[in-house]
Structures are given as C-alpha cells and as structure tokens.
Design a protein around this ligand. Structure first.
Ligand SMILES: Nc1nc2c(ncn2[C@@H]2O[C@H](COP(=O)(O)O)[C@@H](O)[C@H]2O)c(=O)[nH]1
Ligand SMILES: [Mn+2]
Ligand SMILES: [Mn+2]
Length: 474
C-alpha cells in the first residue's frame, strides 16, 4: 500500500499500510523532502500507529529519519486511560534540547576575537565522548539535579532566577522519582554533569543573518548582525542508562500485559501500571538533569563572554526539550483530554493560546529553536496555534540526518571538513577529527527546506536565521 499526498506538505500513511494500525500516520514533508524519507521511517510511523491508546495520528516531522522503534522526528500522543508510555518514543538522550542565548554584541565586534573566544569556550565547557565535568557533583547534588533541574542549578549559583522563566517547564519537570534511577545511571551521570558530550552536540557562536518577522524578533530580543550562542546537549550517560535500564523492564511488561507490538524496540507499558510510573519517574530525573546541564554550560559560556567582553549581556531567549514525554491537555474530538505526548526529535511549538509559554512572549507563542548544522543556518521560529490542531503542538527539531555516520566516515575526512568550514569563515574545535567527518554539513538535510515546511503548514512561523561563526563540537 502506498502513502498518499493529501495536501501540500502532508502525506498520509493509511490504516492498512500494515496490520494492526489504530490510526493513520502523517508525514509532514515537501515533495523534495519526501524523497529523503527512507522506507524504514515510513514503516516506523506505521508501527507506532499500532500502539494502544494512540490518538489522532502517528506523526513524523520534516526532519524525520530512522530511529530506535519510533522515528527521530516522531510525535505520538496516548490517552491517559488505555494508552502506553514507551522509551522508544523519547529516545536515549532524554531531554536532549536546545538553548539560545542572545547577546547585546554585534558580530563585527566579536568576529576578530572568534578564535580566542572559541578556544576559551572549548576549555571552559568540557566536551567529547565520556567527558567528565569541572563540577565534581556529589551524590546529593546529583539527586537534587534529578529532582529540581535548572532550579537547583540556579540555587548553586549557575545562572539567575529569571532564566527559569525562559525554559520549557521552567527547567524543572514535576514527577521525578530518583528511586527509579539505577546505580549505573547515577555512576555515569554524576561526573558528567556540566558537560556537552560528543557528536551532534555543540556550542555555537552565531550571527543573526536575517530577520523574517520584525515584530516577533523584537519581542524575542533579536536584531540583524547580533551575536547569539546556541547550546545543544542532553542528559549524557545518565539519560542513556535510564533508557537502557527501563527498556529491559518494559520489554518484560509487553509480555506481562499482553501488548502486541510489531517491533521489539517499541517496548512499552500501559499507563497507570507500576512499570509505566517507574519509567516516567526516572525519565523526569533525566529530563531535569539535562536542564541543569544546559544551565551550567550556559553559566560558563557567560563567564567566558564576560572575560572578553566585560559587562556583555547573554540573556536566555529560550530552552526547548526535543526528546521527552509530557502530560499535556489537548482537544480530542472537541473535548479536552490529558495525553502523554511523546516527542522524539521533535520540538514543542505552542502558540499564543497556551498558558505554558513565558509571560514575556504572551500573545506570540513559544520560541521554536531549529539547529541546522555546523556549516549551515539555524532558525528561530515562533509556535502557532495551528500546531495544536495538526501536531499536538509540535514541530521539527533540526534538519535531520540523510547520511549515516559510517557512510560519512567513508566519504569525508575531518581535515577536509574543517578546511571547508574555515574557507566559509567558520571556526571549529572538536575533540576528534573523525567526529567532524561524521558531522559534516552534507550529512544533514537542507535546514531551510525543513523549516519551510513547518512555516508553510502554519505550525510555527519563521522569525530569524542564524549562521555559524564558531562551533565547539564534542
Ligand atoms: N547549528 C548546528 N546544528 C547542528 C550541528 N550538529 C547537528 N546539528 C543539528 O542539530 C539537530 C539535532 O539533532 P539530534 O537528533 O542529534 O538532536 C540535527 O538534526 C542537526 O540539524 C552543529 O554543529 N551546529
Ligand atoms: Mn542528544
Ligand atoms: Mn538533540
């Protein structure tokens, strides 16, 4: 059975595409991006549609590609009564997310110092595979980060109270249960608090190249030529281990509760069961840890900027989670319902009608932060109410990979990638040249095309385009 174009930028995976689908699938792509969606990703959208209690559609955003069970770029919402929760719908890097700091600096003033600044940031923010932090968190501090996320970080002197207004969930999601975090996850997470990680995680100095919507840009504090800093990272080994540990438990739960799943990577548990509650409680711990992590990294970034540009202001524009399951109220067939919305490689994109958006952005919608690659543009968008009708208030989370890491390693060398970036005026630091090859801009879809889809669908409106000047990769 074929998938069917039902509107500009909307393709439907009909019920019947595979046995057991309870709802249709929807893939939000342009005709050009449709060509880049592998058949396996379509199959994953259909597989997710078979899960109990799924509401509306099993969805894939325009940056979608193959993931563990659920596609990356996948969105699925489940009824509180009769639905499930699945770690595959959240991802291993729980609350991987993006934070954007806006400065009061002009690019022309920063550009001459870009290499010095980047060296200092590379030193100040530990990065790389398995990197450990400057923080040396105690066991008690780790627990506090699990329980209170960015709120705890502020109490410890990282960032300021007002930052919390500009984090999704105010940087601290309720429902954390540290008793469901295993010894191994604690052991991996403790030394890594305050680290960027590796690969696709980055800290990037950017220039605002284009303003699309002057009114919203003004309210977001953005102007042409401005320096911004984007931070992308998550819950490090803590989140990964929590996901791994609970996948084991939920694989057994699938048998215990007799759930028919087409792929064992869709391990899940019915909401309301101890297995589901335990995973949710542990997942929230990892989500809060990730908010604390980004908060600490932002603090060290501010310190570096202050060293080279004394008195400069780096203000938090917003911090979004793009790998998380959340309890949210949505309209289903005209009635308000509490749903477990899984966003895995997808960003919340709430419009002005939602109370969850920061007071400072009242009447606008939440900032939606979409990174491109270390060589191409990233975007700031603003969530729109139409997203509530189409995608349970969600948009894409990046450009999305089109080339595997192994293929990239065969095709590029780190040295070539670095030289090409330098020719384009982009400075780069990395802990390993191989990582630069794996992360070459060519491995990602064109960010502008991906963003056009969500803009044209009316899910989120384009506000500004940001281009990289200096990137610190893991
Ligand atoms: N601006 C930059 N964007 C980047 C970089 N490396 C990756 N990316 C983008 O981030 C998303 C995040 O994907 P995730 O699934 O790993 O969370 C990815 O799709 C790319 O578009 C970078 O160095 N700079
Ligand atoms: Mn991540
Ligand atoms: Mn991410």
């Amino acid at each position: 059975m074929e998938i069917e174009k039902i509107d500009d930028n909307i393709y439907e995976v009909p019920i019947g595409y595979r046995p057991g689908m309870r709802v249709p699938g929807r893939i939000f792509v342009s005709a050009a991006l449709r060509e880049m969606v592998e058949p396996g990703t379509v199959d994953q959208v259909a597989n997710v549609a078979t899960l109990p209690g799924i509401v509306g559609h099993s969805m894939a955003m325009p940056d979608a590609h193959l993931g563990y069970g659920f596609p990356i770029g996948g969105v699925a919402a489940f009824k509180e009564q009769g639905g499930i929760i699945s770690p595959g719908g959240v991802g291993f890097d729980i609350n991987c997310g993006v934070r954007l700091l806006r400065s009061d600096l002009q690019a022309r003033d920063v550009q001459p110092l870009i290499n010095t600044l980047l060296d200092a940031l590379f030193q100040a923010v530990p990065s790389g595979l398995g990197s450990t932090g400057r923080l040396h968190a105690t066991d008690r501090q780790l627990t506090e980060s699990f329980l209170r996320g960015a709120e705890w970080a502020v109490e410890e002197g990282y960032g300021v109270e007002s930052d919390l207004d500009f984090c999704e969930e105010n940087g601290s999601m309720p429902g954390a249960d540290p008793s469901q975090v295993g010894v191994k996850a604690r052991k991996r997470g403790r030394p890594q608090l305050g680290t960027l990680g590796s690969g696709n995680h980055f800290l990037e100095i950017q220039r605002v190249e284009e303003i699309y919507n002057p009114e919203i840009a003004k309210r977001f504090g953005l102007f042409k030529g401005q320096i911004t800093v984007m931070i992308h990272c998550g819950s490090r080994g803590a989140g990964h281990q929590i996901c791994t540990d609970h996948l084991d438990v939920l694989s057994k739960a699938v048998r215990k509760y007799n759930i028919d799943i087409p792929d064992k990577q869709l391990a899940c548990a019915p909401l309301g069961t101890p297995e589901a509650d335990h995973y949710f409680g542990a997942m929230v711990c990892a989500a809060n840890y990730a908010w604390a992590n980004r908060h600490i990294i932002a603090h060290w970034t501010r310190e570096v900027f202050d060293r080279y540009f004394p008195g400069s202001q780096l203000q938090l524009l917003y911090d979004v989670a793009h790998n998380v399951a959340k309890i949210e109220e949505h309209r289903v067939e005209g009635k308000k319902e509490r749903l477990y919305v899984h966003r895995k490689g997808a960003t919340r994109a709430f419009g002005p009608s939602r109370t969850e958006i920061p007071a400072a952005y009242e009447g606008l919608g939440q900032p939606v932060l979409i990174p491109g690659s270390m060589g191409t543009a990233s975007y700031v968008l603003c969530g729109q109410d139409k997203a509530l009708d189409l995608t349970f208030g969600s948009a894409c989370h990046g450009s999305g990979r089109v080339m595997s890491r192994s293929q990239a390693l065969r095709q590029f060398t780190g040295k070539e990638v670095k030289a090409a970036l330098n020719r384009d005026g982009i400075a780069v630091r990395s802990t390993s040249p191989g990582m630069l090859a794996e992360e070459a801009p060519q491995v990602y879809k064109p960010s502008g095309d991906v963003v056009d889809v969500v803009h044209n669908l009316g899910i989120a409106t384009r506000v500004a385009r940001l281009v990289p000047l200096g990137v610190s990769k893991g």
